[in-house]
Ligand binder design. Structure first.
Ligand code: NDP
Length: 385
């Protein structure tokens, strides 16, 4: 059997590490083409050496000397900068895992899509921002987009073999995050350290904060809107604190299909790596008797307005989701840096959206321009230098 070729954009992150953990267990099945990071040259070089990558790329050009030094004598190419990231993502690979955090991953993800092969999408911000521009590129290139996000991977599995026309509703489950039971007063005083402590999942800092504000579910709603052609009205959100049911699809005959599994991203990543088959993972199987009960309740959009704001952005369409995402990225970074309080994140995103929208983006360049402009407006609003 010939090895399949694999590129990981964002190899040093949480999704990158989970992907490489699975690849490490089946080394003979994979040949690694490109691994990328932002500035973590030491970790990237170690991974590139371990997996015998063709090329390692850091987005931050300041990290190139350290990357070169760490790769000296290995024969592995080293490169840096946004152009090098896109070049690496354009190198033929049977599967690319798009796992950069934020809209910074959009251009390389689009380059991977243009190859027309398989792209495992974790980088939800890229699809939220680009929307139709990305789905049109997928259709044009013949690429297959496999959702890595656990909810969308669950939906993808529950839709297999069915006609979307028979779907009544898709329900995204949400853990509710670490502040699920906090009062409005407690939320106003929440700290970054508290926000990144997710009760069920171990993830990067940005998505952990998004889970705490529920903006993660808002971004996922927009992601689902683009991935699954059932319309916004058929997309619902329910709080399910145990994170065992990862999402559900309800059909017109009264059947609801759900995907269950442990809260470990290696499960949806394994389903992406092995698709359309299955592979072993080191994850312990579910023990439902030990769990005892699975509970559900409706989201509270008064304490957590992000899902309402994201749904409104999806309804508005055009540039709104890209503006929402850019403003959220700026606000989350400001919160993590201690510049603003927790409840200002969603409030500022809504304020940036309320200041008017640019025309709908029609190309990758348009999306990047909308993103850049929205970041400036968000920084002004937040009074960041
Ligand atoms: P991490 O913060 O753990 O990792 C992010 C990765 O992207 C790192 O490799 C980082 O490099 C790289 N990176 C960061 N900024 C840039 C940049 N400006 N340009 C190029 N590369 C960059 O994030 P996660 O792994 O948690 O999340 C990755 C994506 O997957 C996000 O879109 C998230 O929403 C999504 N996702 C994550 C889940 C999870 O469980 N973690 C679950 C579902 C979706 P460096 O190490 O050098 O900083």
């Amino acid at each position: 059997m010939t090895a399949r070729t694999l590129t990981i954009l964002g190899a040093t992150g949480s999704i990158g590490a989970s992907t490489l953990d699975l690849v490490r267990r089946q080394r003979h099945k994979w040949r690694v083409v490109a691994l990328t990071a932002n500035g973590n040259a030491t970790e990237l070089a170690a991974l590139a050496r371990e997996f015998g990558a063709e090329i390692a790329v850091v987005a931050d050009e300041g990290a190139l000397p350290a990357l070169r030094e760490a790769l000296a004598g290995s024969g592995i190419e080293a490169a840096a900068g946004p152009g090098a990231l896109v070049e690496a993502a354009s190198r033929p690979a049977d599967l690319t895992i798009a796992a950069i955090v934020g809209c910074a991953g959009l251009a390389p993800t689009m380059a991977a899509i243009e190859q027309g092969a398989l792209v495992g999408l974790a980088n939800k911000e890229a699809l939220v921002s680009a929307g139709d521009v990305m789905t049109a590129a997928v259709a044009r290139s013949g690429a297959t987009l496999l959702p890595v996000d656990s909810e969308h991977n669950a939906i993808f599995q529950c839709l297999a073999g069915n006609d979307p026309a028979d779907v009544l509703a898709i329900t995204l489950t949400a853990s509710g995050g670490p502040f699920r039971e906090w009062s409005a007063a407690q939320l106003a005083a929440a700290t970054p350290a508290q926000a990144v402590k997710h009760p069920n999942w171990s993830m990067g800092a940005k998505i952990s904060v998004d889970s705490a504000t529920m903006m993660n579910k808002g971004l996922e709603l927009i992601e689902a809107f683009h991935l699954f052609p059932v319309g916004l009205d058929a997309l619902r959100i329910i709080i399910h604190p145990q994170s065992i049911i990862h999402s559900m699809v309800e059909y017109r005959d009264g059947s609801t299909l759900a995907q269950l599994g442990p809260s470990d991203m290696r499960v949806p990543i394994a389903s992406t790596l092995a698709w359309p088959r299955r592979m072993d993972t080191p994850c312990a199987p579910l023990n439902l008797a030990a769990l005892g009960q699975l509970t559900f309740h409706a989201p509270d959009e008064l304490r957590f307005p992000a899902t309402r704001i994201a749904r409104a952005a999806a309804e508005a369409g055009g540039a709104a989701p890209a503006v929402l995402n850019a403003a959220n990225e700026v606000a989350v970074a400001a919160f993590l840096a201690g510049h603003i309080g927790f409840t200002r994140i969603a409030a500022d995103v809504e304020n940036v959206l309320a200041r008017g929208l640019p025309p709908a983006p029609a190309s990758l360049e348009d999306v990047l321009a909308v993103d850049a402009e929205a970041r400036i407006r968000a920084r002004e609003l937040l009074e960041l230098a």
